[in-house]
Ligand binder design. Structure first.
Ligand SMILES: Cc1cc2nc3c(=O)[nH]c(=O)nc-3n(C[C@H](O)[C@H](O)[C@H](O)COP(=O)(O)OP(=O)(O)OC[C@H]3O[C@@H](n4cnc5c(N)ncnc54)[C@H](O)[C@@H]3O)c2cc1C
Length: 502
């Protein structure tokens, strides 16, 4: 019998969500008899836990994996996967609506079918869920347990009344949406990322509290799907972490799509959002309200005290090598990292396997972490921002190449945005890069490689890229940097040379 609260996260219970459930929380699952002792017990079956368990089992370790809700965690069930499926639908609707005026295409008017877009999301989510399924992990020789994992000692965890002894454990319990105290509005009156994907009807008026990556992505998607969207944020700007001019491009794109962005203090009462703006008390009614104001680590009710694992408000405390205050126990993913991304959960898990089982000495701080917010245009970043570089004592040179200088971006009608590189002064090393572009996340791949492998701008300038591609913006930046190296004295030498060889 599946917990009704868990089932409510998988509404509507149609064929696709049933298929998903069968993969990630099989209703008839019987937990195995535990082994005498495991080399590794992993608590949490999101990306970080799955990668840890699969990696360790693949190397021959005896592994147990514990998940209390849905295998795949946030990313598969109510994070990256459903959000990107909806963003794709919203992009298609947006392009269809504007095909006539932009490209002389057929005119498209009227509403789309939100229910069909959501059904497509559920179908695709179910389709890829087998990668994370309980069955698959069992077939990889992992002992798979459904239930809440709780440490009962420094070397043992209990789940479903069974005691699992371990040599090493990895905590990968992730994070959940922060529930802010809003007078007149308890948890049931708003949506979070865990419930927004259960919607089957488009809310005509959609309020979003929080203008970070999740709030920005979903507010634009819902606006493009036809909601009248208002984003409420204390900051004067969306995506406050990014460079102001980069975030401004994204904010303007959202506003063009009909998103109203308001800097406010919120008091929703019966879905009337009361707020203050420029000293005025205002109110706006919404049919649904999404709260996306941050993530809280899942550290409660899991016996961390019994295991001597220290934690605080930001999560489980780990050292550079991801070890907690209990030398047998490591922690990875959203529960222990400031970088709350699927790709970092994956990367940290790989480090934890090495360090916990093979006396590895890999450090999390050596990772180069890229990220991308999937608005339109996207905004992506890797490495250091200028202020970080300066704080670390680097003298920097900054190059900004607008996409309007890149033929393919112009031809695609996607020339709003830029590439910005921070380069170490006197060297050709890229310290950090920001891209604002329709497919900034993809453009960032080459730059992430360059920053990680320390491929300098000289090498990039001598690399041939296919024409016309938007990726040429990277080569243009390298060429611009190289031209800047022509100092007045070098120019004088060239002038003499060309005089001699007339
Ligand atoms: C709307 C949204 C969109 C996102 N989009 C992106 C994106 O595009 N790209 C990207 O890189 N990242 C994205 N993220 C972030 C990404 O989803 C997370 O960084 C990633 O899922 C973290 O993985 P994790 O394994 O650390 O935690 P989780 O995925 O949260 O998994 C933790 C698991 O542990 C289980 N658990 C907790 N406590 C216990 C316990 N005591 N016993 C047993 N099990 C337990 C939980 O049920 C959960 O399944 C998005 C997040 C959201 C919310």
């Amino acid at each position: 019998m599946v917990d009704p609260e868990l089932l409510s996260l998988l509404e509507p219970i149609d064929e696709y969500n049933q298929e998903l459930l069968a993969q990630v929380h099989p209703p008839e699952w019987v937990n195995p008899v535990p082994a005498d002792r495991y080399h590794l017990v992993v608590v949490g079956g999101g990306t970080a836990g799955l990668v840890s368990a699969a990696g360790a089992a693949g190397l021959g370790a005896r592994v147990a994996l514990i998940e209390r809700r849905l295998f795949g965690g946030d990313c598969l069930n109510y994070g990256c996967v459903p959000s990107k499926a909806i963003i794709r639908a919203a992009r298609a609707w947006h392009e269809a609506r504007h095909a006539s005026e932009r490209f002389g295409g057929p005119s498209v008017v009227g509403d789309g079918d939100f229910g069909v877009a959501m059904k497509r999301m559920r179908r695709l989510r179910a389709q890829i869920s087998h990668h994370d399924s309980a069955e698959r992990f069992a077939s990889l020789n992992v002992d798979v347990f459904l239930g809440q994992g709780r440490f009962v000692a420094g070397d043992a965890i209990e789940v479903d009344g069974k005691r699992l002894s371990f040599r090493r454990a990895i905590i990968a319990t992730g994070a959940r949406p922060v529930a802010p105290p809003i007078p007149g509005c308890d948890e049931g009156c708003y949506l979070t990322n865990e419930t927004v994907f259960t919607l089957t009807r488009l809310p005509p008026r959609f309020g979003v509290i929080g203008g970070g990556p999740i709030g920005s992505e979903l507010s634009q998607a819902f606006a493009r799907l036809g909601s009248r969207v208002t984003v409420f944020d204390m900051a004067s700007h969306l995506l406050a972490r990014e460079d102001a001019d980069a975030a401004e491009i994204v904010q303007q794109a959202l506003v063009r799509d009909g998103v109203q962005v308001t800097s406010v203090e919120i008091t929703p009462e019966s879905k009337i959002v009361h707020f203050e703006k420029d000293g005025q008390r205002l109110q706006t009614p919404v049919d649904e309200l999404l709260v996306a104001v941050g993530r809280a680590p899942n550290v409660e009710d899991m016996g961390l005290e019994a295991a001597g694992v220290r934690y605080d408000r930001s999560g489980v405390r780990v050292d550079e090598r991801l070890r907690t205050s209990n030398k047998r126990v490591y922690a990875v993913g959203d529960v222990a990292s400031k970088y709350k991304f699927t790709h970092t959960a994956d990367a940290l898990a790989r480090i934890a396997i090495q360090n916990s089982l093979f006396f590895g000495r890999l450090k999390a701080s050596d990772l180069v972490v890229p990220w991308c917010t999937y608005t339109s245009p996207e905004i992506a970043h890797v490495g250091l921002y200028k202020h970080d570089a300066e704080d670390q004592g680097f003298e920097t040179e900054t190059l900004t190449i607008p996409l309007s200088e890149v033929d393919r971006a112009v031809l695609d009608g996607a020339d709003e945005g830029f590439l910005r590189l921070h380069v170490q002064k006197g060297k050709d090393r890229i310290l950090g890069a920001t891209v604002v572009a329709e497919h900034a996340g993809d453009l960032l791949a080459g730059l992430s490689l360059a920053v990680t492998a320390k491929v300098g701008l000289s090498k990039i300038a001598s690399t041939i890229l296919p024409y016309p591609t938007q990726a040429e913006v990277i080569k243009k930046a390298a060429d611009t940097w190289r031209r800047g190296k022509l100092t007045p004295s070098v120019r004088r030498i060239f002038a003499i040379f060309f005089k001699l060889f007339r």
